[in-house]
Structure formats: structure tokens, C-alpha cells
Design a protein around this ligand. Structure first.
Ligand code: CP3
Length: 361
């Protein structure tokens, strides 16, 4: 090996990793996207007096916030507290996280000439704070559950870097595809190089499972997705798999149902699904040799306990117990009630152990 990775306490719960590899599990593993966040009172307390990115740069705070949902819920994974926008930040862009509005990049890339403003960062220098937070969190987790590392996918990062903020249509980055295809290729390629180095650094620091968030994949048509983004998305998985074959790789191509077949035939081990696709349809597209993750509509958690349980029961029955990781189809929302997250997690545990029993008859 070309690296000396820190030694950590032995993992006591490896359901997530086993399910990602297609191995037998005693019950289906469960975690929630955005499981650490404002819907938790202990998160709001920990954030008091600290800006968003200041929090991300503080390993003690990151570890505390990452572990909060693990203390509260019987979940099978922790996901490192950070944000996908630390990458544009490391490439020299200004990113402001504005309460109630979300991220704003006041000086977005508006013409191809702006690409010259981007720096190719030394990830150890510019993103070392994420690596230090991962190492600290992994130590503090003490082997309870695996730690998930993550990055935004190139296109999703480009969306924010060109648009300058969140948007429903992201018309500016979409215009680049057709008005500035060469600059688009250059930007996506550069982002891919940074993302690969960044994720390798996360693995060396102790991340045990990697998820790539393609949250805006669905605004690309199938042809544009295949032409501009799929090769980069696949290269990320191929290069990580080559360097660290034991680390499961997940991708969340939100809204891009058309990409499931082709992504199933790549080095990703797990396809994370949003709630707009039926489990059976996703399985048909993805085939049998990839793990599916998801996909309860987060809005279900606004319903009463019985409704949540019924929706979870239908979901896990449709996915089955092999090659499946239960999750939401997108993140927890800030006005969710933590008790409803508890109902979700407990329902998965209850129904999937039952399924295991009945399927062994
Ligand atoms: O618990 C976890 O999942 C880990 C932490 C995490 C955050 N952001 C923390 C966060 C993760 C995995 C992300 C990923 C992320 N960030 C994505 C991909 C996943 C997705 O939701 O589609 C995207 C698109 C972003 C960009 C981003 N960051 C947006 C759009 C926002 C505003 C949304 C909001 O709810 O306000 C953020 C801010 C952000 N990132 C918050 C958190 C907890 C809320 C801000 C705060 O607490 O002050």
C-alpha cells in the first residue's frame, strides 16, 4: 500500500458494508440522508455561535454532530458532517451559507474565461480539515457503525458554480452545455480530478463507504447526461475502486432514472434512488448485481405513525432483503419531527427481520 492509514477500533456493525457487497445480512441496514441537521435540537444547540463552514472546519464539532443521530436512532451508519460545496470553496470560489436561503456563490462562473479563476487545489492543504474531522469522528465512533464519506458529483457542483445559488431550473449551467460545450467539458474534467483526490483522502482518513451526490442529475436529459456527465461519474468510481477495492461506492443520481442501467454497469456498488421510481422498476433497470438504496419519500415522515409504518412496510417488501439498504429518497427536512425519523428506522428494523424469517421458510 502507498499509504499508512490510522488504526481504528474494530467495526461492530458491518451491515451497511455487507449489504453493499451483496452479502447476507441479519436485517436490512438503514440510515437517512441528511440525518444530521436542523431538525435535531441537539444539532441546533451544537451550531449555536458557529457559522456553517466554521462548523465544518472544527473536528470536535463535526464529530459531535455526525454522531448525534447515531446516539438517538438505531441506525447502521454515520455520514460525515460537511457539505458538497467545500469543493468549489477549495477551488477558490466564495460560498456563503445563508440561513433560510441555502448556499450562495456571489461570484459564479459566468463565462469560460472565469475558469481561469479556479485553482487546482492541493487537497491535503485545502480540504485537510475534512480529513482531520473524519479521523476524529472515526475514533469517536469507536466502531459502533461505519462512517460514510461523500462528495458532490461534477455536474451537481457545476450547477452551483455556474448558477451561483440553488435554483429550480439551473438554466445557466444548462445553457453552458450547448453554448459552451468545450468549457463544460473542461470544468467537469477538472472537478472530476479534484473529487477523485478528495475522496481518496477521505478513505485514507477513515471513511468506510463513499457516496457521490448527483442531486441535479435529473435536470439533464438522457443524451446530455451520457455525453457530458456519465463518463466523469464512472471515472470517479473506476479510479477509487482501483485504489481502494474494499470500499463500497454509492451514487445518488436523483431524478435520472434513465441512467440507472448504465450506472449499474459501472464500478458503483450501490445505486441510491429517489422516491419517484418504483422499487420493482429500479431493480429491473439495475439488474441483480448492484445494491439499491432508498427510497421513501421524505414527505411520508410528515404523516402519522401508522402511515409511515405502512409505507415502510410496502417499500421493504418491494425491495426485499438482499442487496438493499433502506433510506429516504432524499434528505431529512429541517421541519421534520425527530420522533418520526425514529418511527421510520424502527419500522425498517421490525419489518426486515420479519421478512428474513418468512423468506427462509
Ligand atoms: O447528515 C448528512 O447527510 C451529512 C451532511 C450533509 C450536508 N449537506 C449538511 C448540510 C450532506 C451529505 C450534504 C450534501 C449536500 N449539500 C447536497 C447533496 C444532497 C442533497 O441534499 O441533494 C447538496 C445539493 C448540498 C448543497 C446545500 N447545502 C444546500 C442546497 C443547502 C441548503 C439546504 C437547506 O436545508 O438549508 C446546504 C446547507 C446544509 N448542508 C445544511 C446542512 C445540515 C443546512 C444549513 C445549516 O444547518 O445551517
Amino acid at each position: 500500500m502507498n499509504d499508512s492509514r490510522p488504526i481504528f477500533p474494530e467495526l461492530q456493525n458491518d451491515r451497511l458494508l455487507r449489504a453493499a457487497r451483496g452479502e447476507f445480512v441479519d436485517r436490512v441496514p438503514v440510515w437517512m440522508m441528511r440525518q444530521a441537521g436542523r431538525y435535531l435540537p441537539e444539532y441546533r444547540k451544537a451550531r449555536e455561535g458557529h457559522s456553517f463552514f466554521e462548523t465544518c472546519r472544527n473536528p470536535e464539532l463535526v464529530s459531535e454532530i455526525t454522531i448525534q443521530p447515531v446516539r438517538r436512532f438505531p441506525i447502521d451508519a454515520a455520514i460525515i458532517f460537511s457539505d458538497i460545496l467545500v469543493v468549489p470553496l477549495a477551488m477558490g470560489m466564495q460560498v456563503d451559507m445563508i440561513a433560510g436561503k441555502g448556499p450562495v456563490l456571489p461570484e459564479p462562473l459566468s463565462t469560460p474565461a472565469d475558469l481561469d479563476r479556479l485553482v487546482m487545489p492541493d487537497v491535503k492543504d485545502e480540504l485537510g480539515y475534512v480529513f482531520r474531522a473524519i479521523e476524529k469522528t472515526r475514533r469517536d465512533l469507536n466502531g459502533r457503525v461505519p462512517l460514510i464519506g461523500f462528495s458532490g458529483a461534477p455536474w451537481t457542483l457545476m450547477c452551483y458554480m455556474v448558477e451561483g445559488a440553488g435554483s429550480k431550473s439551473f438554466s445557466k449551467p444548462r445553457a453552458w452545455l450547448y453554448a459552451e460545450p468545450q468549457a463544460t467539458d473542461r470544468l467537469l474534467e477538472q472537478l472530476t480530478d479534484v473529487i477523485i483526490e478528495y475522496l481518496k483522502g477521505q478513505i485514507r482518513a477513515g471513511a468506510q463507504y463513499i457516496q457521490v451526490f448527483e442531486s441535479w442529475g435529473g435536470i439533464l436529459g438522457p443524451e446530455a447526461f451520457d455525453r457530458f456527465e456519465a463518463p466523469h461519474l464512472k471515472r470517479i468510481a473506476t479510479e477509487l475502486k482501483y485504489a481502494y477495492p474494499e470500499i463500497p461506492l454509492a451514487v445518488f443520481p436523483r431524478g435520472a432514472h434513465h441512467a440507472l442501467e448504465s450506472l449499474a454497469d459501472s464500478d458503483y456498488d450501490v445505486l441510491s434512488l429517489d422516491w419517484t421510481i418504483l422499487p420493482e422498476e429500479a431493480r429491473t433497470k439495475a439488474g441483480l448485481y448492484v445494491t439499491l438504496q432508498g427510497n421513501l419519500d421524505p414527505a411520508v415522515l410528515y404523516g402519522p405513525r401508522d402511515v409511515i409504518r405502512e409505507n415502510v412496510r410496502r417499500m421493504v417488501q418491494a425491495f426485499g432483503t438482499r442487496r438493499y439498504i433502506a433510506n429516504l429518497g432524499h434528505g431529512m427536512m429541517s421541519d421534520h419531527d425527530p420522533d418520526k425519523a425514529q418511527v421510520f428506522v424502527e419500522a425498517v428494523r421490525e419489518f426486515t427481520s420479519e421478512l428474513q424469517l418468512s423468506s427462509s421458510h
